[in-house]
Structures are given as structure tokens and as C-alpha cells.
Write a protein that binds this ligand. Structure first.
Ligand SMILES: [Zn+2]
Length: 287
């Protein structure tokens, strides 16, 4: 928000609490809403070593090559960011206050997920390499311990010519960081007595096992700023894409946004029609 031009910033700051609270909504409905879970990740490793040559960055071409079921099974975050950005642009054009706020919050969520290295692999929680628990370690425990020292200012938002490529750049960088995330934990574990790796503390009256402070500090040092870099990159991209959507919508005066009554159509149907419009699919083309 703080990177946005004044014409946007006043509006966003006014609604900072709403956006903060609703940014976690996509995770809350992960297991409740069909089609939600796959928006948060992409298992790049299942596509082999030449994944970035193999996977077309555009959704229709990817569907043609891989098939939609298979794509969804292995995660669609870089494509979903494109869809969410398209939806946000449309919401700006329609001057729909509720949609702009909801979609801004959710787009930020998907962008942030795309920046987490373990959101780009089927070994997302180290379960295949006996490192179970590493997911929350990297994305929750480390920031909880160390993010106060991070520097987050990234300068003013920058217009992105190509949202599709920006989304792919994010997952590509995440996948490049993945090896260090897993291998450093393994190396460090080898140097730690097993009773020193974890500590036990009471959380809500439940004895919870977590990575010890000492282990966390050494792992964080080995990563040499990686968590901070990924957080900064996700902050940068979120601001850039919000800004880009607003520009692409013709820079509407955000003070003029109003609450538009939700349409009678259920959310799912509405979503389908957005996807249709994005992909230029006519209704009759659907079986
Ligand atoms: Zn998520």
C-alpha cells in the first residue's frame, strides 16, 4: 500500500484493516470450496527438469498441452494470479468497492504464496525427505522470529507490462530457492544433537514441538536473507500488480467506488463466466 501513488494510497489506507483481515480468506476456504486448493501452489518438480520450456505460461496453451485436470491436480498459482489480476481490473472498471477490496486482498495472498519456495514442489512439507514440518518452519516460524529486522521499503510501484511473465518469474525464483531451503535444513540437522533441534512450549495449553531458537537462528543465517528477499519480492509484486490493474482499468477515481449489490448469480457461476471471458470461451462451447 505504501508504494502506491497518492491517488490509490488514500483509498487503500482507508481500508487497510479490511484488506489485512481478508488476506487470509483464500486459505480459510481451501478445504471447503472446490477449486480453491490448487490456486495456492504449483508442483513444478512433477513436470521434469525442463519445466519452464515444457509448461506454457498462458492457460489455454497449458490446458492444450497438459490437460486441465492434470494442471489443477499439480497446482495453478501462476495462472490464477493472471485470472485474479484480470478480475481486479474489471472490478476497478465497474467501480465496485467490495470486489476491489476483496480481490486486492486475495490477489496479494496468491502472489505471496507464489513467492514461497515450498509452494513450488510436491515435497512441500519435506514429507518425501524426512523433513516434515519445514513448510511452517520457513514461512511462519522464521518470519515470526526474525521479520522485525527485515527492511521492507521497495520504492514506488512500477507498472508491469506483462502480468503473466511476472507471475512466472515469481514461481521460477521460488523454485530456484527451493534447493537451499531443503538442503540447508538437512545439513544443519546433521550437526545438531536431536534434543537440541526442537524445543517444546505451551501454546493454548497444548505442548507444541517447534524448531528451537538455536536451530532457527543458524538455519536463518545459512539462508543468508532468503526469507527477507522472498517477502520483499512478494510485497513488490503485490503493489506493482495492484497499480497495474488500476492503470489498465483507466485509473478510476477511487473515491467514487461504491458498494454494488451482489448479483443474484451464485459465486461459482459468476467465476465460471469470468474464466469464460478471460479465455474467450463462448458458453455453448462448454460440453
Ligand atoms: Zn495460501
Amino acid at each position: 500500500m505504501f508504494r502506491l501513488p497518492a491517488a490509490m494510497q488514500v483509498f487503500y489506507k482507508k481500508h487497510i484493516d479490511y484488506i489485512t483481515e481478508n488476506a487470509t480468506n483464500p486459505d480459510k476456504r481451501r478445504y471447503a470450496v472446490a477449486g480453491e486448493a490448487e490456486r495456492h501452489f504449483i508442483d513444478l518438480d512433477v513436470y521434469g527438469d525442463s519445466v519452464f520450456y515444457f509448461l506454457p505460461p498462458s492457460w489455454p496453451k497449458a490446458v492444450e498441452r497438459v490437460g486441465e485436470d492434470s494442471l489443477r491436480k499439480h497446482g495453478i498459482v501462476p495462472w490464477h494470479i493472471q485470472l485474479a489480476a484480470f478480475q481486479l481490473t474489471e472490478a476497478f472498471k465497474m467501480r465496485d468497492l467490495t470486489r476491489v477490496l476483496r480481490l486486492s486482498a486475495e490477489l496479494g495472498h496468491y502472489i505471496a504464496d507464489a513467492h514461497v519456495p515450498l509452494h513450488t514442489t510436491s515435497n512441500y512439507n519435506g514429507q518425501k525427505t524426512r523433513q516434515t514440518g519445514i513448510h511452517g518452519f520457513w514461512e511462519s516460524r522464521l518470519p515470526e522470529l526474525f521479520a522485525e529486522q527485515y527492511e521492507f521499503w521497495e520504492g514506488p510501484a512500477v507498472y508491469q507490462e506483462n502480468i503473466m511473465l511476472a507471475a512466472w518469474q515469481a514461481v521460477r525464483e521460488s523454485s530456484e530457492a527451493r534447493d537451499s531451503v531443503l538442503s540447508f535444513e538437512k545439513i544443519l540437522t546433521g550437526t545438531f544433537a536431536s534434543d537440541k533441534k526442537y524445543s517444546y512450549e505451551l501454546r493454548n495449553n497444548v505442548l507444541t514441538r517447534s524448531y528451537s531458537r538455536e536451530f532457527s537462528e543458524q538455519y536463518h543465517a545459512m539462508l543468508a536473507g532468503q526469507v527477507e528477499r522472498r517477502m520483499r519480492a512478494s510485497i513488490r509484486m503485490t503493489g506493482d500488480i495492484w497499480y497495474t490493474c488500476w492503470i489498465n482499468a483507466g485509473q478510476p477515481d477511487l473515491a467514487s467506488l461504491t458498494e454494488i449489490k451482489p448479483q443474484a448469480t451464485p459465486e461459482k457461476e459468476e467465476e465460471t463466466s469470468w474464466i469464460r471471458r478471460l479465455l474467450h470461451i463462448r458458453p455453448e462451447a462448454d460440453d
